[in-house]
Structures are given as structure tokens and as C-alpha cells.
Design a protein around this ligand. Structure first.
Ligand code: ADP
Length: 658
């Protein structure tokens, strides 16, 4: 609950949408950026690989061309012509008298210089037309220094491909061998070294083959230079025409074919198969072919280049590859950087938002605090009526409202005080009244009870007088005696009535009273009187009510007796009783066709001892209706009289539910 309350506060109603907006907009921007980024990354990686492949290819070709150029250039060196002239002239050059050996030495010096100047060169040799090495310069001296190989180490190379191929070439042409590991006497020389050999024929003036110049170039050195052109995250592979590795990121995989093992690029990238073999498996010579492969894992760019410019018989393939996922890892960085930015933006926005909302809600909170602290005295609340904008207006309106409320509360308080006073007065009056009533009842009871005793004595002595001394009295005395007896009897009746009146309903509980059977029983009791007057009593469908049984019986008996008693002369009394359900009670009406009661007496008749007739006209004590009124009031009801439809009286009363 407290959480929802917090969330409903003005502060959070401003902050929450703001935070959501920031998150949503950043999410949209980020997701579209990432999508485009992936595409761009792959494209740029492919572009990088392509340009690196081109550069590597061009550099490789340039190195090979340089080798070929140098080889061809060696043909034009003066010592070779000098040797030929000396040979033709019995061992002495006729031009400057140099010996054959001298020219040979000069050739060795030039070759040595050249080898020293070009670190990629491994050997420079001059083979004679029969294949024997005449001069050989290599790097196998102490500490790999350049040396002139002693005569006894010179070998016969007449069977080697470069000699056999080169000796048939036209003048000026250069043969390039396949690239393989350097061998000495047919054994791979350790540490292994990949070499390519360039060979060119030397013809004398008669066009006869004099020898072959051979340069061994270390491809390891060339490849090392090429690797410097490639980014560290990219992998460079170079294969021969059969797809066998000459260069591989894992060095032991290169030149495996020289050991009779297979280490072929097609095994690693089957998609590159068409660059090396046709579908039937025959080798193809795919010159200057480019190939691109983009997969989820890798991007591969391959380019085949011709290295044997003379024969077109062999080609090299430069393959550059890069890990796609590694390239896309930039995305991770972008993600992270964006996450930092989003978090930072959120924090800044939240802090700013908190300040702004604090600025807005502070006066409202102040109002709330003031109100909850000062509930008792609202009038002098320190409300922020001078706060800016709507808050100030709200406080102003609230302050006015409080003033009005305060006024109204003061009025209410004085009204309550007045009412309290009045109620206290009423209560004390009621108390006094009930005390007086109780006293009155007590008095009434005692008086009527105690009065009976002397009256009974008076009456019995008067009766004794009448019985024993009536004869002694004259006519006036006897009349007086008779009046005394009548008066005491009447007084007895009045006192009895008064006693009964004071006893009515005191502490009698309410019980179920079946009015229908109650009236039936009264009707039986009064049967003789009804018959005597040839009257009738009608009632039906009377309810069952909860009431004081004896009192209700007396109530109906009084009313019915009166209806019979106050009938018109010569008109048989017709008494009808009706019952109607009213709100929270019952209304009964006892109507007759008797003499009726004039308007002005309709209140008076319910007072005790009030009669409208003289006793000698119609018998009665004037206490019956007073009884009825008391019984009805004890049942929370009222009694009144109306004119009946027959012109007689209609006594109506209500008995309320408990
Ligand atoms: P009582 O009958 O002893 O005189 P009540 O208190 O019963 O005393 O009646 C008071 C008076 O009301 C009667 O004297 C009579 O004048 C008048 N009264 C009562 N009932 C009727 C009635 N049904 N018709 C006409 N007058 C009546």
C-alpha cells in the first residue's frame, strides 16, 4: 500500500514517465544503431581485407619481379663476357690479359656484394652449360655470413629443374622455380627455409649455351615483409597452385608438402576449392581470380596471382581472413558505452527530476505537515500562500477555505453548547417530572387506599344507623341518611376508580395478545347488556399484537361499554371495531351510532372524572376514558375521538410496536 501511495505521489508521477521515456528512446536509438553498425562493420572489414589482399598481392608480385629483374641484369655483368673471351682465347682475355680465374674471382666478388646488399637473397650461382656450379655464393659462412663456396663443395646441378628449364630459354628470359624448402644434396636443410629460384641462360656470341645464372631467394623474408602489411587481427595465408600452404599463421602447417604431408587450404575453406581444382578434381590455373566468403564466423578474401611470368604454369594464392565475431565485438563496446551513457543520463535526469519535483512538492508537503501537526488550530496555519504558481494559488484558496471552516466550526461549537445546555435542562426536567410523577402516583395510591378505610367505617356506621334507628328518624332524617349512604357508595366507587387508575400498567410486561379472541371474550362478558339493548358488536380479522394484556382488555372493554351505554334512545346500538396496520404499530377504531360527542368536549372527556352527563341521567364515574388514555400512552400511542359515519362517536387509538 505504502509503495502504491509513493508511486501516486506527484514526484513519481513526473519521474516515472520521464524515466520510461528516456529508456524507451534510448532503446529505439540503440537498437537501430546496432543494426546499422553490424552491417557497416562487416562492410568495412571486407573492405579492409580486400585492400590488404591487393597490397599483399602487389607487393609479392613486385618482390618476384625484382628477383627476375636482378637475375636478368646479372647476365650483363662484364666478368661473364670476360670469362667467355678468356676461354675462347686459351685462358687469357685478349682485351686486358686477365686470366679466366681472375674473371671468375671478379664474378664471385660482384655476387658476394649483391648477396650482402639484399638480405632476402640466399644464394647466387653461376652454373656451367654442363650443370656444374662454377661460382656459388651463399650465406652459410660463420654466423650466416656471406661466403664464396670452396671449389671442392661445388656440385653438379644438371638434373635440377631450374637448370633444365633455364637452359632452353631464349636469351634474356628468366625461369622461376616452384617455391619449396631449401635442400642441400637432396636433403631439406635445417632450419628449414622456403626458397624460390630464378634462373636465366647465358649464351656466347655464337649463340651456344655457356651457363645458367641462378638466384635463390628466401620467401620467408618476403613473407615476413608481407605480414607487416597486414593488421594483427587478420590472418594471412599464401598457398601454391595446389592449395598447399606456403605461409600459415601456424608455422608448422607451411611447406608440409615438402615432407610428403598434406596441409591444404581447401581442407580449411572448402568454398575455395574452385580456385584450385575443377569439379572433376583436375587442377585449374585460376589467374588473377578474386574470391570473397562472408560467413557468420569468418570473412575470407582470396586472390590468385601469377608468379611465373614466363610460363604461366604456376600461381600463388593470397588469402586473408578475419573473425567476423571479433569484428562485431565493437558492437559490445558500443553497447557498453551506450549503457554508461544511458545510466549517466538516467542519473542526471533523476537527480534533476528530484530537484524539480522537490521544488514543486515542497510547498504542498509543507501544507500537509502543517495540517497534520496543527489539527486543533487550523486558523493560524503557516500556509505557503506566497509559493510560486499554482501551488501558491492552492495554498491561498486553502487558507480561505480554512477561515470559513474555522468560522463554521465556531458556530457549530456554540450551537452544540446551547443544545447541550437545553438537553441538560430537558433531562433535569424529565427527572423532576418522573420524580413528581412517582410521588404523585405514590400519593394517589396511598390517598385512595387510606381513604377507603374511614369511608368504609362511615358507610358501615351509617348502614347500622339506617338499620337500627331508621324508625326513630322522621322523613327528612331518613332522606338525609339515604343521601349519606348514596354519597359514601359513590365516594367508594370514585376512590376505587382512582386506585385502579394509579395501578394501571405498572411494570406489566408486553405479551402476545390475540385481539380477535380478546374481543370475542369481551363480547361474551357483555352479552347480557348487548342483548338487553338489542345491540350488536362487529369485528373481524383482528391482529395479534404485543401489549400489556390486562390493560388492553380494559381499554377495549371501556370503549365498547361506553358505546353501548351512550346509545340513542330507542336506537339499538351498533358497535363496529376496525384495525389498520400503520407505520410501526396498529390503529384501532371503535365506532358507534350513539349520541356522539360535540366538538368542544372531545379533549376534555379524556381527563379524569370529566363527564358530559349528570349521574342521574347516565351512570358513570368519568374515569373510563382517562384509563384508556393512560393505557394507550403506555403503549406509545394516542387516543382521540371523531364523529362516526353513523353520526355517533368513533374512538381511534394507536398501539405502537415494542
Ligand atoms: P363515564 O362513562 O363513567 O361517565 P367515561 O370517562 O367513560 O366516564 O366517559 C366520560 C364521558 O364521555 C362520558 O360521561 C360521556 O359523556 C362521554 N362519552 C364516553 N363515551 C361516549 C360515547 N360512546 N358516546 C357519547 N359520549 C360518550
Amino acid at each position: 500500500m505504502a509503495f502504491w501511495k509513493q508511486l501516486n505521489s506527484i514526484r513519481w508521477r513526473i519521474l516515472a514517465p520521464m524515466v520510461l521515456l528516456i529508456l524507451a528512446s534510448n532503446f529505439v536509438v540503440l537498437s537501430s544503431t546496432i543494426d546499422q553498425l553490424d552491417e557497416q562493420l562487416v562492410l568495412s572489414l571486407k573492405g579492409d581485407l580486400n585492400s590488404e589482399t591487393d597490397i599483399v598481392s602487389v607487393q609479392l608480385q613486385a618482390s618476384i619481379r625484382e628477383l627476375m629483374r636482378d637475375t636478368a641484369w646479372l647476365r650483363g655483368l662484364p666478368p661473364i663476357d670476360g670469362m667467355m673471351r678468356a676461354e675462347a682465347n686459351g685462358g687469357i682475355d685478349p682485351l686486358d690479359n686477365s686470366t679466366l680465374q681472375a674473371w671468375k674471382n671478379r664474378l664471385a666478388i660482384i655476387y658476394s656484394e649483391m648477396l650482402s646488399a639484399k638480405p632476402t637473397r640466399v644464394q647466387i650461382r653461376y652454373l656451367l652449360a654442363d650443370g656444374h656450379e662454377l661460382v656459388r655464393i651463399d650465406r652459410f659462412g660463420p654466423n650466416n655470413s656471406v661466403r664464396v663456396v670452396p671449389v671442392d663443395e661445388l656440385q653438379d646441378k644438371s638434373k635440377r629443374d631450374y637448370f633444365l628449364e633455364a637452359k632452353h630459354l631464349p636469351p634474356g628470359h628468366v625461369y622461376l622455380s616452384a617455391i619449396n624448402l631449401n635442400r642441400e644434396n637432396g636433403v631439406i636443410k635445417q632450419p628449414q627455409q622456403g626458397v624460390i629460384r630464378a634462373a636465366t641462360p647465358v649464351y656466347n656470341d655464337e649463340g651456344k649455351l655457356h651457363g645458367v645464372i641462378v638466384i635463390n631467394e628466401s620467401v620467408d623474408e618476403i613473407f615476413n615483409d608481407l605480414l607487416k602489411l597486414v593488421r594483427p587481427s587478420h590472418e594471412l595465408r599464401i598457398t601454391n597452385a595446389g592449395g598447399e600452404y606456403l605461409l600459415h599463421p601456424e608455422p608448422h602447417k607451411a611447406f608440409q608438402f615438402d615432407y610428403g604431408e598434406r596441409s591444404n587450404i581447401v581442407d580449411d575453406f572448402p568454398e575455395l576449392q574452385p580456385l584450385f581444382f575443377s569439379e572433376g578434381g583436375t587442377p585449374v590455373n585460376a589467374l588473377e581470380t578474386e574470391f570473397e566468403l562472408i560467413s557468420e564466423k569468418q570473412i575470407v578474401v582470396a586472390k590468385s596471382i601469377n608468379h611465373n611470368l614466363l610460363s604461366d604454369s604456376g600461381h600463388l594464392t593470397v588469402v586473408l581472413s578475419a573473425d567476423t565475431l571479433a569484428a562485431l565485438s565493437v558492437r559490445q563496446n558500443v553497447f557498453q558505452r551506450n549503457a554508461y551513457i544511458i545510466t549517466l543520463t538516467l542519473i542526471v535526469a533523476l537527480v534533476a527530476g528530484l530537484f524539480v519535483t522537490r521544488y514543486i512538492t515542497a510547498p504542498i508537503l509543507q501544507m500537509r505537515r502543517s495540517i497534520s501537526r496543527r489539527k486543533a488550530n487550523l486558523f493560524d496555519l503557516p500556509l505557503p500562500v506566497n509559493a510560486p504558481g499554482e501551488t501558491g494559488e492552492l495554498a491561498q484558496a486553502f487558507s480561505e477555505l480554512l477561515t470559513k471552516l474555522d468560522q463554521r466550526q465556531a458556530n457549530l461549537e456554540s450551537e452544540i453548547a446551547e443544545r447541550k445546555l437545553a438537553q441538560e435542562q430537558v433531562e433535569s426536567n424529565v427527572k423532576k417530572l418522573s420524580e413528581a410523577n412517582a410521588e404523585l402516583q405514590q400519593f394517589n395510591y396511598i390517598a385512595s387506599h387510606d381513604l377507603q378505610e374511614p369511608l368504609r367505617t362511615v358507610k358501615s356506621f351509617v348502614e347500622l344507623l339506617q338499620k337500627n334507628y331508621a324508625d326513630a328518624l322522621d322523613g327528612n332524617g331518613q332522606t338525609a341518611l339515604r343521601f349519606i349512604i348514596q354519597s359514601t357508595t359513590r365516594m367508594q366507587e370514585l376512590i376505587f376508580g382512582l386506585l385502579n387508575y394509579s395501578r394501571i400498567g405498572v411494570d406489566a410486561p408486553r405479551v402476545e395478545v390475540d385481539v380477535q379472541s380478546l374481543l370475542g371474550s369481551i363480547s361474551q362478558d357483555l352479552a347480557a347488556r348487548i342483548a338487553e339493548k338489542r345491540g350488536s358488536l362487529e369485528f373481524h380479522d383482528m391482529p395479534v399484537i404485543r401489549a400489556q394484556a390486562t390493560e388492553v382488555r380494559m381499554l377495549f372493554q371501556n370503549l365498547i361499554s361506553n358505546a353501548l351505554k351512550f346509545s340513542r334512545d330507542g336506537v339499538p346500538p351498533v358497535v363496529k371495531i376496525f384495525a389498520t396496520r400503520i407505520d410501526k404499530g396498529w390503529q384501532f377504531c371503535v365506532s358507534d351510532n350513539g349520541i356522539g360527542i360535540s366538538e368542544e368536549h372531545r379533549e376534555r372527556i379524556f381527563l379524569i372524572f370529566q363527564r358530559l352527563h349528570r349521574r342521574d341521567e347516565i351512570e358513570g364515574t368519568g374515569i373510563g376514558l382517562a384509563h384508556c388514555k393512560k393505557v394507550v400512552e403506555m403503549h406509545g400511542g394516542k387516543i382521540w375521538v371523531e364523529t362516526s359515519t353513523d353520526g355517533g362517536s368513533c374512538f381511534c387509538l394507536t398501539i405502537m410496536d415494542e
